[in-house]
Design a protein around this ligand. Sequence first.
Ligand code: UT7
Length: 312
Amino acid sequence: MSVGFIGLGHYVPPKIVTNKDLEKIVDTSDEWIRTRTGIEERRIAEDDMNTSDMAYLSAVDALKDANLTAEDIDLILVATVTPDMPFPSVSCMIQERLGAIRAAAMDVSAACSGFMYAISTAKQFVESKTYKNILVVGVEKLSKITDWSDRSTCVLFGDGAGAAVIGEVSEGRGILSYELGSDGTGGKHLYQNSDDYLVMNGREVFKFAVRKMPEASVNVIEKAGLKKEDVDYLIPHQANIRIMEAARQRLDISEDRMNQSIKKYGNTSAASIAIALSESVKDGHIKDDDIVVLVGFGGGLTWGSIALRWGK
Ligand code: UT7
C-alpha cells in the first residue's frame, strides 16, 4: 500500500514583525539577522490567538483540500512544543472544535522534527490498515516562550501552523522512505528553562544541524532507491539559511528548488516544514510525481527526513 498526502493546509497570523522592528527592542541589526540567518520578517500571534487556534485553522484548510469532513478523520496527531497547556492536548482541543467525533487524538513532542515524527507515525497506522485518514498538524506559538530581551534567540522564531491529511495514495506515490533519530546527549543545547523561556546554545545546535541535515537527506534518498539527481525539490526545516545551504549543496540542488520561506516566517519549529510544504504545492513549486525531500532537526536533539513522490 502507498501512503501519502491527500490534503494540505496552513495558517500564519497576520501580524508581521520585521528585523527593523526588533532593532527597537534588542541590540541587533537587520543586516546581522539577514546575513547570519536569512530571516527578513516573522509572524507573531496576538495574545488572544493560542496554539490550538492556529492548529484548528490550518486543519480546516487541509480538510477542505482533502475533500473530507471532520467525521472522516480517524486520528489526529499534533506536533508541538508550545501547547496551550500541558493537558488536555492540542489534538484533543481541535478534535472538539472540528467535530472529529470518530478520531483518537494525541500530541507528539519532538521539537522542530515533530512534523517528521508525526507523519512517519501516521504512515504506520494507515499501512497497518488501523486507520484510513489521519490529520497531522505541526504548530507553534514560539512567541510565548521567547525571551524578548535575549537577542541570540528572539530574532529567530515565529508563530504558525501547517496541516496535512495522510491516507492511501496511488501506487508508487506518497512516502517512499523515512529516517528518524535522536541524541539526548545534546538536550542541554536547546531547552525550555524554569522561567518557561527557550534557551539555546546556537553554535552547538548549528554544528549538529550542518552535519545531520545533509546526512539524513542522503540516507532517505538512498533508502528509496533514488539518486540525488532524482530530487526535484528540497524542504529543509527553516532554522537558518546557512544550515539549509549545507543540505542543498550536498544534494547539488539549485537554489530555486529549495524552499526558503524562512525569509518571511523565521523558524516556526514543528510548523516550518508543514507550512513550507503546503505553500510549495499551492504555488506550483511541487507538481505531481516530483521527488521531494523533507528534512528537519531540533531540540532533543532529534532529526527526521522523508523522501516522497508527490501526488495522490
Ligand atoms: O530549530 C532548531 C533550533 N535552532 C537553530 O537551528 C539555530 C542554530 N544556530 C544558529 O542558527 C546560529 O548559531 C545563530 C543564528 C543562533 C547564531 O549565529 P552564529 O553565526 O553562530 O553567531 P554566534 O552565536 O557565533 O555569535 C556571533 C556574534 C556574537 O558576538 P561576539 O561574541 O562575537 O562579540 C553574538 O553575541 O554575534 C552576536 N549576536 C548578535 N549580534 C547581533 C548574537 N545574536 C545577535 C543578534 N544581533 N541578534
